[in-house]
Write a protein that binds this ligand. Structure first.
Ligand SMILES: [Cu+2]
Length: 107
């Protein structure tokens, strides 16, 4: 948990609360792919990215306004939660594996 809080401070887009009652939708990273090509959520919701792979992945997010956030390195077994605050379509990429991409539609 400490690692997540540290990352939250670093990125400013993650929620480091461990007691939140609302479970975040989980997106798995396996075989160098996200488990979904796209997902629809409500603005402000979080997604939980889980590295179920044997290699490290990156999670880089481009916001609807075109601003790219710093990527997060995620080792095998790691779980990172990212909040999507604004309405619009986000592009999520792994900069290590260019074929890994998905979109997040926040409404
Ligand atoms: Cu990757």
């Amino acid at each position: 948990m400490d690692k997540m809080i540290c990352r939250a401070a670093l990125l400013g887009l993650m929620v480091g609360m461990s007691t939140a009652a609302i479970a975040a939708t989980a997106i798995s990273q396996k075989d160098k792919a996200f488990s979904q090509d796209s997902v629809a959520i409500r603005a402000g919701d979080r997604l939980s990215f889980v590295n179920d792979d044997s290699v490290t992945h990156d999670i880089s997010v481009k916001s609807p306004d075109g601003v790219s956030r710093p990527g997060v390195l995620e080792k095998p077994g790691d779980q990172v939660e990212i909040a999507f605050e604004d309405v619009g379509t986000y592009q999520v990429r792994c900069l290590i594996h260019p074929k890994m991409k998905m979109t997040v539609d926040a409404r």
